[in-house]
Design a protein around this ligand. Structure first.
Ligand code: PEP
Ligand code: MN
Length: 338
């Protein structure tokens, strides 16, 4: 439930409410708005305790959160969350471009890609060090040495680094190098991993499970948020449908929908979603038009030699075209790149 404090409530009245919640054995999350403070009361059946607050001062009203996800809900936090990654603001009015190879294959290709996408206006470098491959015989990533290459590329280019972590026991290692932890579609319901990432102190980019509903996705975000980590970025990356002409079906409905249901930023990955490089630029534009806060794009110096996802990776020239078109579209929308 949410305890809505009156706009004249004093700090000590807010503190008394928070103390009372803790006495009952429930958790609090404060949301300080310009007008008033909201005290989120988190725990099973919290609304049943509403009478326990009747003697306290400064309370305007107590309302149940009707959605199963609480901390992720727009009811709990009416204003947009902006995830600030060392000055790169995700969730604000400006659109953030993340780009780089599917997998880090070596130092040279990574640096070459990083330099190129940075020059074109990307702010975040993507690149897998630990790859969750459908087949155990496919390239699994270079592991920690790839993380070191990502960190070196950050030092040279100023790009922030996003990379996937696939196991709870690797969270600390990956968090030592990355600016954002990516949780992949195949792990969206790996609750031990979600909780460990929630405790890492790093922003989390949470891909939607390929067979997950929006509610399941937001409940997965709730696992991270409930560890005290407020920096969750949602990422739509395509879902499984009966269609086989594309790798997945990019569900752009969720961009405006999730923005209604949640305060969290939502970005789109048209590379995994389409599986086909020629569809990446048009679907990037559609995602931005739908209100995505950012894009994450696979770029490779020589896509036909890529060790993973070459068919959906853009070469440099096509990435440049994408960036030029995104800029033009944003101009028409009176928006900008971050
Ligand atoms: C990726 O970004 O390369 C990736 C494996 O993503 P997803 O988890 O969306 O398949
Ligand atoms: Mn990929």
């Amino acid at each position: 439930m949410i305890i809505v404090m009156s706009h004249t409530a004093s700090e000590s009245e807010i503190a008394a409410v928070v103390d009372r919640v803790h006495e009952i054995g429930l958790k609090t999350e404060l949301s300080k708005g310009e007008e008033r403070t909201l005290v989120g009361v988190i725990g099973a059946n919290a609304y049943a305790y509403r009478e326990a607050f009747s003697h306290l001062r400064g309370i305007h009203e107590i309302i149940p959160i009707t959605k199963p996800f609480k901390l992720a809900s727009r009811e709990f936090r009416p204003t947009n969350t902006v995830v600030d990654v060392g000055g790169v603001r995700i969730g604000d009015d400006e659109v953030v471009i993340m780009a780089g190879p599917c997998s880090v294959e070596g130092e040279e290709m990574l640096l070459e890609t990083a330099r190129h996408v940075a020059r074109q206006g990307a702010r975040v470098l993507r690149g897998g060090a630990f790859k969750p491959r459908t087949s155990p015989y496919s390239f699994q990533g270079l592991g920690e040495s790839a993380l070191k290459m990502m960190a070196a590329a950050r030092d040279e280019t100023g790009l922030k680094v996003v990379t996937e972590v696939v196991s709870p026991s690797d969270v600390e290692l990956v968090a030592g190098y990355a600016d954002i932890l990516q949780l992949g579609t195949r792990n969206m319901q790996n609750y031990a991993l979600l909780q460990e990432a929630g405790r890492s102190g790093k922003p989390v980019l949470l891909k939607r499970g390929m067979s997950s509903t929006v509610e399941e996705w937001l409940l997965a975000a709730e696992y991270v948020l409930s560890q005290g980590n407020r920096d969750v970025i949602l990422c739509e990356r395509g879902i499984r449908t009966y269609e086989t002409a594309t790798r997945f079906t990019l569900d752009l409905n969720v961009v405006p929908l999730v923005r209604e249901l949640s305060h969290l930023p939502v970005i789109v990955d048209p590379s995994q979603a389409t599986g086909k490089w020629s569809l990446v630029r048009p679907m990037s534009l559609a995602a931005v038009a739908a209100g995505a806060h950012g894009l994450i794009i696979e770029v490779h110096p020589t896509p036909n030699q890529a060790l993973s996802d070459g068919a959906q990776s853009l070469d440099f020239a096509n990435f440049d075209k994408l960036m030029a078109d995104v800029r033009r579209l944003l101009g028409a929308m009176e928006k900008q790149l971050a």
